[in-house]
Write a protein that binds this ligand. Structure first.
Ligand SMILES: [Zn+2]
Length: 67
């Protein structure tokens, strides 16, 4: 998969960034990241500063969804 296949999601409690499959993010919530964590918000490109560029990035999502 490429980065365009994922969007950045944010976990409500921790604000940690996760990768959400774009096809899922286009649909209604709840959304689940590729690591299995539910995310409360989807907010733009996984390859951007709200995804892998953010301060707290889920290591499992980074592994499974290279940006
Ligand atoms: Zn994750």
């Amino acid at each position: 998969m490429t980065s365009s296949d994922h969007v950045a999601g944010r976990e409500q409690e921790t604000a940690r960034a996760h990768a959400v499959p774009r096809a899922d993010a286009d649909g209604p919530p709840p959304w689940v990241a590729v690591c299995g964590t539910p995310v409360a918000v989807v907010q733009g490109s996984w390859s951007g500063r709200r995804g892998v560029g953010s301060d707290d990035v889920c290591p499992r999502c980074r592994e499974q969804a290279p940006a």
